[in-house]
Design a protein around this ligand. Structure first.
Ligand SMILES: NC(=O)c1ccc[n+]([C@@H]2O[C@H](COP(=O)([O-])OP(=O)(O)OC[C@H]3O[C@@H](n4cnc5c(N)ncnc54)[C@H](O)[C@@H]3O)[C@@H](O)[C@H]2O)c1
Ligand SMILES: N[C@H](CO)Cc1c[nH]c[nH+]1
Ligand SMILES: [Zn+2]
Length: 433
């Protein structure tokens, strides 16, 4: 049953516990497992990959079977309905159109004395995309990760996803990968897949950046390999925080809370409202919708451990609590959502008004659904084209320009006790005299 809390102090403690659920004590033994997996893949490559796929995914693969074959890719198109293919293509178009607006542009600036300064953006050489597949399969996540990589013009995009029963991968995932321009697909998941992308194995190439959401094992692995490779952000398990007033419909709110909870037993679903009657109605409606839910066990677990309704005094208080939580998804189910927006400082994606369920953003509105979780929205943002790019600074000085700053650079270098730095400027500017 979704709990209702009325005391502010208790609400703050509970919200903090839920926000920090991926770094609490019960996760420590999972981190030990993940470290062991990373070490084994680093040392033993494919052999360890097959071992952990057997242990965690219960699938016996051969080295030759790791990569999805061309015939499997072709067959996938025959296995999806026309309606699903159309939906994948519509989502792909909208995601691409949105991301094309945000391609970082290189620039140079010409200053006095022939000084040229600028930034030059270039894509990474190789990107690795993680597509979750443990408890659900995610063609939408393929599109959300591979399309920005394609827009960034990454030359090699490699995808990993766990094998399902009979070692197969959902054909919709394979179709989405082809529509989005993924070149290589490997049937491995969990921490072992992240390790393979970070360190490389005999079969799977080492990449420069790993993106994509996943469960606690995937998220911990990404955190641990950061530095060996780049990552997008810590994206998962999922969460939604809804702020609602009297204008909200309890049936919609309950559905939106469950839409997040059904992802993972560690998913978080939170409602902040000043309306006691609405709180009660949502609590009852969640129970009603859960009754016939096909993923009832998993969803109930998430609601019981990481679900919460908080009764607040005002929308301002709700905004402040939301800022402390920094949710992955924030829904403003209130009469004037744009008025509250200015009070919101931290959220991965914000959904405004009653006709904008979070699922619109999950699938096809265009903005990316790979978003920071567990409070990471305080400092991180949605995955984007820039996740697959980096920029180099450009600096050119003429001798006239160098002469003008020569003594300042030498003074700074001497203050730092670095004489060769001073010499590198002094020798050049002396020659000019
Ligand atoms: N933030 C986002 O943008 C976003 C988007 C989509 C999905 N998600 C999240 O992605 C996650 C998907 O999770 P999932 O489980 O369905 O798929 P997943 O692919 O993330 O995880 C499955 C893998 O976990 C590993 N695993 C399972 N149990 C294990 C154990 N006991 N020890 C070690 N490894 C184990 C297995 O190797 C398996 O391949 C959910 O948490 C969902 O909320 C987040
Ligand atoms: N809500 C997820 C992000 O947390 C994204 C997703 C994909 N498919 C359905 N939902
Ligand atoms: Zn979702």
């Amino acid at each position: 049953m979704l709990r209702i809390i009325t005391q502010q102090a208790e609400a703050q403690i509970e919200l903090r516990r839920i926000r920090d659920r991926t770094s609490q004590d019960h996760v420590i033994h999972k981190e030990a497992t993940v470290r062991e997996v990373l070490q084994a893949i680093k040392r033993q490559g494919d052999k360890a990959l097959l071992h952990y796929t057997e242990e965690f995914d219960h699938q016996t693969l051969s080295i030759d079977g790791l990569r999805v074959s061309g015939s499997e890719l072709d067959a996938a198109y025959q296995q999806v309905s026309k309606e699903l293919l159309d939906a994948i293509q519509l989502a792909a178009q909208q995601i691409e159109a949105f991301h094309r607006q945000r391609v970082p542009k290189s620039w140079v600036q010409f200053g006095d004395d022939e000084i040229v300064l600028g930034k030059r953006y270039t894509p990474v050489d190789r990107a690795g995309i993680y597509v979750p597949g443990g408890r659900a399969s995610y063609p939408s996540t393929v599109l959300m990760n591979a399309i920005p990589a394609k827009v960034a013009k990454v030359p090699q995009v490699v995808m990993v996803t766990p094998p399902g029963s009979d070692k197969t991968i959902n054909p919709a995932v394979l179709v989405a990968a082809q529509e989005a321009g993924v070149q290589e697909i490997y049937r491995v998941g969990g921490a072992q897949a992240i390790a393979a992308l970070a360190y490389g194995t005999e079969t799977i190439p080492k990449v420069d950046v790993i993106t994509g959401p996943g469960n606690i094992y995937v998220t911990l692995a990404k955190k641990l390999v950061y530095g060996t490779v780049g990552i997008d952000s810590l994206a998962g398990p999922s969460e939604v925080l809804i702020i609602a007033d009297t204008a909200a419909n309890p049936v919609y709110i309950a559905a939106d809370l469950l839409a997040q909870a059904e992802h993972d037993p560690m998913a978080a679903s939170i409602l902040l409202t000043s309306e006691a009657q609405l709180a009660k109605q949502v609590q009852e409606e969640v129970e009603r919708q859960l009754k016939d839910h096909p993923r009832r066990l998993l969803t109930e677990k998430a609601i019981a451990h990481f679900g919460l309704i908080v009764l607040v005094d005002s929308l301002d208080e709700a905004a402040e609590l939301s800022n402390e939580f920094a949710p992955e998804h924030l829904e403003l189910e209130i009469a004037e959502p744009w008025d509250l927006l200015e009070k919101i400082r931290h959220a991965g994606a914000i959904f405004l008004g009653h006709s904008t369920p979070e699922a619109v953003g999950d699938y096809l509105a265009g903005p990316n659904h790979t978003l920071p979780t567990s409070g990471a929205a305080r400092y991180a943002s949605a995955l984007g084209v820039e996740t697959f790019m980096k920029h180099s600074s450009l600096i050119q000085y003429s001798s006239t320009a160098l002469n003008k700053v020569s003594s300042a650079i030498q003074a700074l270098a001497e203050a730092e006790g670095l004489p060769s730095h001073a010499d590198s400027v002094r020798l050049r500017t002396q020659e000019e005299l």
